[in-house]
Design a binder for this molecule. Structure first.
Ligand code: GCO
Length: 496
């Protein structure tokens, strides 16, 4: 992810205010907290980040193949051509998951493995790979949690307009019916989209993600077509799945703090663009009026057709929540240049729409930070879970991603003492437990990530795994955080 943090000139007084507020709060470093019976402990990956085998067995190119091969887009020119070679090491990785005792594994299906061009009949070799994965999980007592779209759009669909075009939502519905028919007898949980915020704003607005476009109006059209794809896919999955799967979507919420006089306004705007643009249609059946107003100079939203909101507004069994850090925003005047959605997912998105005279900028936050530069704020996770359960009282929640990148070092004995990641996880599991004990209906927690992998614009430079991958030899080594997590899963409680 492109991390642009400009205007690092937050007045010191405002930063120290913020620090003062957090003083006296618990440090979230608990042990011994017991999780409820039936709570799901898992780990997550995504197809392009781990699979490799990019042009094997009929897989077509995705927008991430194109983007990563475009000079200057990804750190070091890294690509997902080989990644963790998970495609060829499936059995080894399944055994690894079993050795950690995982209850569930969250993976994504590469659309271009199933339909190389994004349309037409299914590629049997692609279906077979995911069928083997699902069977391998079930044989080991691990629940398969499958995401249909974790950003690898078939390139031919992008050539026809990508998510800015309604035709992509039509194609997604057909793809959902294919995978529902093939795997819907065995998948435990279906997730339609992963973080549509990233797909829309980073892909079509800020441009730090594939397909790398800088078109504000296209980004908002993409928001709607992704929402529509979600709703239509749910209907198609329900019609074709013969088992009893649960249905979900994963969103990356922005937990916002504000500085300066315009803070409430800055928070309202970013909450609209980043959070309510998705929860509004998906969970309430409407786009927030203030969002439509804020963006009126960019688009008239005429891409929203009759019947779309009803199609999008479908019940889901669990809402997937990805959380890494908080974001701090401030309103500032006199925008002359076109600028939108700077920043990264954790603290994403300066948003000044062309024509507006005030912008929202993202300002530096107090540390400590992970290797991504994201601030470590477990209280933000607790706050987010409480806020979601207040906004959507009947909606069960699932943390579908939480984790951290750090500069790991390998000891002489080959072990990986990743103390900082272990501490990060302990603090966020504590935060989740605090939310549970305040009555939040939280069903599970997936650590991002099972393996070190291709971290999008950062290539292989940032390691999120609880298992180390040596990208020369592709050898896997469980890090100390992985051993700690295995203890947690076994004990059903946060270990000492
Ligand atoms: C995302 C994705 C993951 C990332 C992870 C760390 O949220 O960006 O779901 O693919 O790798 O979040 O950035």
């Amino acid at each position: 992810m492109t991390q642009v943090q400009h205007h690092l000139d937050t007045p010191a007084s405002q930063i120290s205010n913020r620090v003062a507020v957090t003083q006296g709060r618990p440090d979230y470093r608990d042990s011994g907290l017991v999780f409820p019976v039936g709570f799901t402990f898992g780990s997550a990956t995504a197809s392009y980040q781990v699979e490799g085998a990019a042009s094997e067995d009929g897989r077509g190119p995705s927008i991430w193949d194109t983007f990563s091969k475009t000079p200057g887009k990804v750190w070091n020119g890294d690509t997902g051509d080989v990644a963790c070679d998970h495609y060829h090491r499936l059995d080894e990785d399944l055994d690894l998951m079993a050795s950690l005792g995982l209850d569930a594994y969250r993976f994504s299906i590469a659309w271009p493995r199933i339909q190389a061009s994004g349309r037409g009949p299914a590629n049997q070799a692609g279906i077979d790979f995911y069928s083997r994965l699902v069977d391998g999980l079930l044989e080991r007592g691990i629940k398969p949690v499958a995401t249909l779209y974790h950003w690898d759009l078939p390139q031919p669909l992008e050539d026809l307009g990508g998510w800015a075009s309604r035709a992509t939502a039509d194609a997604f519905e057909d793809y959902a019916a294919i995978v529902g028919t093939a795997l819907g007898d065995r998948v435990h949980t279906w997730t339609t989209l992963n973080e549509p915020w990233c797909s829309a704003y980073l892909g079509y607005g800020q441009g730090g993600h594939a397909p790398g476009r800088h078109e504000p109006a296209a980004a908002l059209a993409a928001v709607h077509h992704l929402n529509l794809a979600h709703g239509r896919a749910l209907t198609a999955l329900r019609a074709t799945s013969t088992g009893t799967p649960e249905y979900s979507v994963t969103l990356n919420f922005h937990v916002l703090r504000g500085v300066g006089e315009g803070a409430p306004e800055a928070i309202r705007r970013i909450d609209g663009l980043a959070n309510r643009a998705f929860t509004g249609p998906m969970l309430r059946g409407e786009y927030p009026a203030d969002l439509l107003e804020d963006t009126a100079s960019v688009t008239d939203w005429s891409f929203v057709q009759d019947g779309d909101l009803a199609a999008i507004h479908q019940p889901i069994d669990v809402l997937g929540v990805n959380y890494y850090s908080t974001a701090t925003v401030r309103l500032w005047d006199g925008v002359s240049e076109k600028q939108m959605n700077d920043g990264h997912k954790g603290a994403a998105g300066g948003t000044a729409w062309p024509g507006s005279d005030q912008a929202v900028e993202f300002v530096e936050q107090p540390g400590p930070y992970t290797a991504m530069g994201w601030n470590i704020a477990p209280e933000g996770l607790e706050e987010l879970l409480l806020s979601l359960s207040e906004q959507f009282p009947d909606q069960p929640l699932m943390i579908t991603e939480n984790g951290a990148a750090f500069e790991d070092e390998v000891s002489e004995d080959g072990s990986v003492p990743d103390v900082e990641r272990l501490d990060y996880l302990r603090r966020h599991f504590t935060a989740a437990h605090r939310a549970l004990s305040q009555g939040v209906d939280l069903r599970g927690y997936f650590v991002w990530s099972l393996l070190d992998n291709f971290e999008w614009g950062y290539g292989y430079a940032k390691r999120f795994g609880i298992v180390r991958v040596d990208f020369e030899t592709l050898e896997r080594t469980v890090k100390d955080s992985g051993h700690w997590y295995a203890d947690l899963v076994r004990e059903r409680a946060i270990p000492a």
